[in-house]
Design a protein around this ligand. Structure first.
Ligand code: ADP
Length: 493
């Protein structure tokens, strides 16, 4: 596995941080200009509202000085007085074309556009946004300023008093304030904001990248074959969830690998067991047949019969082992599945009892059938069920000493379940061996001691059949007192 290396510039987190920085920068710039514009609008409106009728007031005082004849000196005197009282403003007298008839300033620009004058005069009540007009000062004529306008009669003709609420002096002072303006103060704040977000972004990137890198290293270790590698991140965020998902996945993979290893071991054990179990009867048969062949003619007939009978027993064992193996492999591979039918359990148990009497009699064993008449029918594959009961009864006979009792009982247990038990008063099974008795080729220590023959496959086949029926089987046993094997079957409703 190639080593996983992260190029910082290409990491997702780094890209996110960049987006975060660009967005915060854009947000800060927008906020900056938004605040400037809204402040400007607010103060312009405030100023215009306060000075709405300023032009009207000036008009009232100027009207007598210009209505018939334009008394320039008196007007100049008055305008000077007004501008001294209110130094931020400039006052203009205009004709109806917007041409400037009088101004205290020297460098002015005519004509003044009439749209804003009309707009102001037509306004009823205060507007939502301030009414702007041009500043006729030549140096500032691109500057739009809040205005106040009133109609006036100049030498018997209509005209306007036009007041720029931010006149030349206002702009001069603003210019003089220069870099100490609101703009530069806000710009400084903007730079501060961007610098602090950049530092914060970098710190955040370091924090997240560190955890991501740790996770990536763990993933790399796992991919490289270290199956014990697990992520150590218990946080509740996305990275923590990724870490936990990875840990769960790693557990599953490790579990599956262990199961595969276990399966492989079982397969090897099975081959070893099968070869061993085949070799024993085959070896015995070979020795017996060799003895017969070597002593052919010298051996008396009775001796020959004994040798042949022993050979036959080994041959039968071999056959039984082959049959059991074949059956177990069919059941394990599920090539043989139970065909469920309504079965009379009592009849099946009785037929096994009858079949087994011949084997029980030599050991003086009593076979007792204990099944209530009203027992419901069950859903089972009759042939397989027969095999299960036969196996259990055969074991009960095999692992019982002379003069005992073998009891086959069945009872309805709860809704839809019937329990079948085969119990004996035989040698029993030691407690520590109980978990293994259903394993393939498992033969108990007691069974070996007493040299009771068996393939070690009977209970494995039995358990497999019960499992294929979707049911359970278990054993209760005590050494010297006997064993009880119980399995469940589905009652037919
Ligand atoms: P086997 O062919 O050896 O009987 P089984 O799979 O049928 O193989 O049984 C496995 C082991 O379980 C036996 O070797 C024996 O030790 C134990 N066993 C099974 N049935 C009984 C029983 N009724 N009483 C005592 N031990 C039993």
């Amino acid at each position: 596995m190639k080593e996983l290396k992260l190029v910082r510039r290409k990491t997702l987190i780094w890209k996110l941080v960049q987006v975060f920085l660009i967005m915060s920068l854009a947000g800060a710039v927008l906020h900056f200009f938004g605040t400037l514009i809204s402040y400007q609008l607010f103060f312009d409106k405030l100023e215009q509202t306060l000075s709405w009728s300023l032009a009207e007031e000036y008009r009232n005082e100027l009207q007598p000085l210009v209505s018939v004849k334009f008394d320039r000196e008196a007007v100049e005197q008055k305008v000077l007085e007004f501008e001294q009282q209110n130094p931020r403003i400039d006052i203009y007298l205009l004709d109806t074309d917007g041409d400037i008839l009088y101004s205290s300033e020297t460098y002015v620009f005519s004509p003044v556009p009439l749209d804003s004058i009309r707009k102001f005069l037509e306004m009823e009540g205060y507007p939502f946004l301030p009414v702007y007009g041009v500043n006729p000062d030549v140096f500032r004529r691109d500057t739009w300023v809040p205005i106040s306008v009133a109609p006036i009669t100049i030498e018997r003709r209509a005209g306007y008093v036009y007041v720029s609420l931010r006149g030349i002096r206002y702009h001069r002072v603003l210019w003089a304030l220069g870099d100490f303006s609101l703009f530069s103060a806000s710009a400084a704040f903007l730079i501060l904001l961007v610098a602090s977000t950049t530092i914060l972004g970098l710190l955040l990137s370091r924090f997240f990248t560190k955890r991501f890198q740790a996770l990536t290293v763990t993933l790399g270790r796992f991919a490289g074959g270290d199956l014990s590698a697990r992520a150590d991140d218990a946080s509740e965020d996305e990275i923590g969830i990724h870490a936990r998902v990875f840990n769960d996945m790693a557990d599953t993979i490790q579990g599956n690998i262990r199961a595969l290893e276990e399966k492989d071991k079982q397969r090897r054990d099975l081959i070893a067991n099968v070869s061993h179990d085949l070799r024993t009867p085959l070896g015995a048969m070979q020795s017996l047949l060799e003895a017969l062949s070597e002593n052919y003619g010298t051996m008396d007939q009775d001796e020959q019969k004994v040798f042949l009978e022993r050979t036959l027993i080994n041959c039968r064992d071999l056959n039984a082992l082959a049959d059991d193996l074949f059956e177990l492999s069919k059941l394990s591979a599920k090539t043989e599945e139970p065909v469920l039918m309504s079965v009379d359990l009592r009849r099946v148990l009785l037929s096994v009892v009858k079949k087994s009497v011949g084997r029980a009699e030599p050991k003086d064993l009593a076979l007792v059938l204990d099944v209530p008449r009203e027992l419901p029918r069950i859903l089972a594959d009759e042939h397989m069920l027969n095999r299960v009961v036969s196996n259990l009864v055969e074991n009960a006979i095999r692992y019982s000493d002379r003069g005992g009792e073998i009891r086959l009982s069945a009872e309805k247990c709860g809704e839809g379940e019937v329990r079948v038990s085969i119990s004996d008063k035989g040698i029993g099974i030691p407690e520590d061996e109980l978990p293994w008795v259903f394993d393939r080729f498992y033969r108990g220590s007691q069974a070996l001691d007493k040299e009771r023959s068996g393939s070690g496959l009977g209970l494995a086949i039995t358990k497999r059949i019960i499992e294929l029926h979707g049911q359970r089987i278990w054993v209760e046993s005590k050494v010297g007192s006997g064993s009880t094997f119980t399995f469940t079957m589905e009652a037919k409703t």
